[in-house]
Design a protein around this ligand. Structure first.
Ligand SMILES: [Zn+2]
Length: 83
C-alpha cells in the first residue's frame, strides 16, 4: 500500500465459489500481461483479494462494482464485493 490521504479505505473482497457465468459477470485477468488492478478509478476505496490480499480494484466508488466477480490473477480465487 502506498501512503495515506484522507478517506482512503481498503476493503477485503469475499472469496466465493466458482460463479455461474450466466448469472454473473466474471472478470479474469489476461494471462500475457503483468498483474495489475482490473480497474483504477478516482474513488476512495481499494478492493483487495480476500485470499491473498492483492489489489484487484484501485480507488473505486463501491457502487460501481456490485454483482461482478473478479478472479484473482495471483491465487485464482473468485472474489465478489459485499452487496
Ligand atoms: Zn488472490
Amino acid at each position: 500500500m502506498t501512503g495515506s490521504f484522507g478517506g482512503q479505505a481498503t476493503v477485503a473482497m469475499f472469496v466465493v465459489p466458482t460463479p455461474d457465468p450466466k448469472k454473473q459477470a466474471i472478470f479474469q485477468h489476461p494471462e500475457n500481461v503483468p498483474i495489475q488492478p482490473f480497474f483504477k478509478g478516482s474513488g476512495g476505496t481499494d478492493y483487495v483479494c480476500g485470499e491473498c490480499g492483492l489489489t484487484l480494484l484501485q480507488r473505486m466508488n463501491g457502487a460501481q462494482v456490485s454483482n461482478i466477480v473478479f478472479q484473482c490473477p495471483r491465487c485464482e480465487k473468485y472474489n465478489a464485493t459485499r452487496t
